[in-house]
Structures are given as structure tokens and as C-alpha cells.
Write a new protein. Structure first.
Length: 369
């Protein structure tokens, strides 16, 4: 089988991106624009991208420091480290902020990452705990600097873009957490065939599985999201297919998203379809049931304050027998910045470990406003 095209990861200490903006509506020539920079950079995260038995608690730490110029009263530093596809907030004594000394210098302990970000923020800024994309300057973020970790880091595959059902999608690449399990995502495990159907594959072997995921490049908003699938009853108990809408922000227990989860979560006795309005641990946000082998069309109709999930027999455009449907009216998020993701990955905490490669085919994705 083909392996991902490996792109060398630059590990120099050069700053990748710095934004400088003025606070307020006016400035004077005697005042410099606020800016943040690194003086000492922490080491790069070096764990194997295939390692699965790891959580945030296992991340090693290192010191990092820098300096602020053009500081305004009350402003503080927020630090992030990018590890496993996410920017994670680096807290100091359970506080999200790092104080700045009178001379503009700051110093803090961070968990190791491939990259580090320092945000100069206003006193009222509320930083997200985790996010796939850094906040941009504005709305309380005054200045931003990003730098690579010091020293060698794992080489990771590059994401790719493909067209499916008339939309552009980008693949996930490298390690990332899904449903509490760390997976390595390989763009080579995603492709479309001559008929335009989307294929997702789990490749590799025990101890070195590679998963697959695509993300719609734009948010579509309220409406009906429909996924036409071929039969997936052949999936092993620890292989999971998920059809979700999410903005990439939040931890596993706090993120706001809509999920259709297809799989048995590592046990033959479990149901194989879940409808979820995250967070999943709220009883009113979760419905589980079982479907027999066959092709199905899964969908959700997203409206202000409610979402209706539905599973219909068959994978064609004509109506089929309704297997199940459920309306949620509690905790339904708004669709701003949320986009569709289709993922096939390994649930490494399951009772029955994955033994072989697995593949699914999605015939069509459809969005109706």
C-alpha cells in the first residue's frame, strides 16, 4: 500500500507569524503598536505519531519566555502549544493567563508541542481551552506570535484537497484525538472513485494503524445534511465511522457539535448507531439504537433551537423506510463556523482490538438549505 508523501518539518526557531494591531480607535506617534515576541523557545514535541496510549496528562513540559512591547494596562499573555492537531491552552497554576513583568518580559511553563503561540490579550478575553485554529487578532486579541519548537520533531504527511459531491474537502493529517482515542490520520487513506463515491480506509497493522478523515472547507449553516452510505456492517467492533458538524473548538467534554456515530465502540453487544448533541454525557443529548446490515441514508435537519436526526433504509435518492428519527431541542448549537466532517478511525479503548484493515464507501453527501 502507498504511504503518505512526507514533507520535512522545519524546526528552526524562526517566528512563523506575527500580527500587530493598535487597541482603541486612535493612537499617537509617540506610542508604539503592541507586539509580542519569543526570547526562549521550548523543545519540540517528539512522541511517535502512532502512539495511542497517551493523554494530555502525559505531555512533558518545558520553559518558554519572551517580551512584550507597547504594553497597555491590564493586558496579559495567553500561551498555546500545538500537539496532536490541536492548540492546547497552557495554564499557569490553573489560570489561563501569564503575567507580564514591568519591563515587558514574561516567562511560563508549557506542555511540549510542535509549535507555540503567544497571544497578547485584553483583560476581558476568554481563551478557548482547545482549538484547531488559533484566534485571530481582534475581539480581545491584541497581538500574536507563533514559533516552531526547538530541535527535531516528527515528520508528518501533508493534507490534501479533494472534491466530493460537488464540494471541496480537506483531509486530516497526522495524530489527533477522536472520541478520546489518539489516531494517526493518513491522507492516502481518502480518495474518490470513477463514480465519485468517497472511500475512507483504516490501513496498517496492529500498533501502527492509520485512519482517515475529511472536512468540508466551508460552513453551510442551517439546513438538511444527508449522507448516503453503502453497507458498513462489515466494520470491526473497534472501527468507527462518524458524520459530524463541528467548529474545531473545545475539549472532548465541552465541544459543541452534532454527531451521527456508526460503530459498536469495541464490543459486539453494543448498539451501532448513535445520535448525539454534544456534550454526550447529558442524557437528553444521546440516542442509541441498532440497525441490521444494509445500505442507509443518515441525515439531520438543523434549525434554530432544534435538530432532527433520521436514518432511512437504502442509499438512493428516493425515499425509503424510516428506521429511526429523533428531535433534540436542548443544547442545540448554532452553525457558525461549524463544518461537516466524515471520519473513519480506531476506538483504541474497545474490548476487541482492531485486527484488519477496514474501508467504507459514502455514495453521496447532500445539503439542502
Amino acid at each position: 500500500m502507498s504511504r503518505p508523501h512526507i514533507v520535512a518539518h522545519t524546526t528552526t526557531l524562526s517566528v512563523l507569524l506575527v500580527y500587530f494591531v493598535l487597541t482603541g480607535c486612535h493612537s499617537t506617534s509617540g506610542n508604539s503598536a503592541p507586539a509580542v515576541a519569543f526570547s526562549k523557545v521550548a523543545a519540540a514535541y517528539q512522541e511517535s505519531p502512532y502512539k495511542t496510549d497517551i493523554t494530555e496528562r502525559d505531555y512533558k513540559t518545558d520553559l518558554i519566555d519572551g517580551r512584550v512591547t507597547g504594553l497597555r494596562p491590564g493586558q496579559r499573555i495567553v500561551l498555546y502549544a500545538k500537539t496532536d492537531g490541536r492548540w492546547g491552552l497552557c495554564q499557569q497554576s490553573d489560570q489561563p493567563f501569564t503575567n507580564i513583568e514591568s519591563d515587558g518580559r514574561w516567562r511560563a511553563l508549557v506542555h511540549l508541542g510542535l509549535q507555540y503561540a503567544a497571544l497578547l490579550v485584553d483583560p476581558t478575553y476568554n481563551p478557548p481551552q482547545q482549538t484547531e485554529s488559533l484566534p485571530i487578532v481582534g475581539n480581545g486579541v491584541v497581538a500574536l506570535a507563533v514559533v516552531n519548537g526547538e530541535g527535531p520533531a516528527p515528520v508528518l504527511p501533508s493534507a490534501k484537497i479533494l472534491t466530493f459531491s460537488g464540494y471541496e474537502w480537506t483531509t486530516s493529517a497526522g495524530p489527533s484525538f477522536r472520541a478520546g482515542s489518539r489516531n494517526f490520520f493518513d491522507p492516502a487513506n481518502v480518495w474518490t472513485d470513477e463514480r465519485g463515491a468517497l472511500h475512507l480506509r483504516i490501513s496498517g497493522s496492529p500498533g501502527k494503524w492509520a485512519a482517515a478523515e475529511v472536512k468540508l472547507k466551508r460552513s453551510l449553516g442551517y439546513g438538511t445534511y444527508r449522507f448516503q452510505l453503502r453497507d458498513i456492517s462489515h466494520l470491526e467492533p473497534s472501527a468507527l465511522l462518524t458524520l459530524i458538524a463541528w467548529d474545531g473548538v473545545g475539549t472532548e467534554s465541552t465541544r459543541r457539535e452534532l454527531d451521527i456515530e456508526l460503530g459498536r465502540w469495541g464490543s459486539l453487544e453494543n448498539t451501532n448507531v448513535n445520535y448525539v448533541v454534544q456534550p454526550y454525557y447529558v442524557p437528553a443529548n444521546f440516542v442509541a439504537f441498532r440497525v441490521p446490515p444494509g445500505a442507509y441514508t443518515h441525515s439531520f435537519r438543523w434549525e434554530p433551537g432544534q435538530v432532527m436526526f433520521s436514518t432511512v433504509a437504502g442509499s438512493g435518492d428516493t425515499g425509503g423506510r424510516v428506521i429511526n428519527e429523533h428531535v433534540f431541542t436542548s443544547g442545540v448549537p448554532s452553525p457558525e463556523e461549524k463544518s461537516v466532517r466524515i471520519g473513519l478511525y480506531v476506538f483504541h479503548q474497545g474490548k476487541i482490538p482492531l485486527k484488519s484493515e477496514n474501508e467504507v464507501i459514502i455514495e453521496k453527501f447532500e445539503y439542502l438549505p
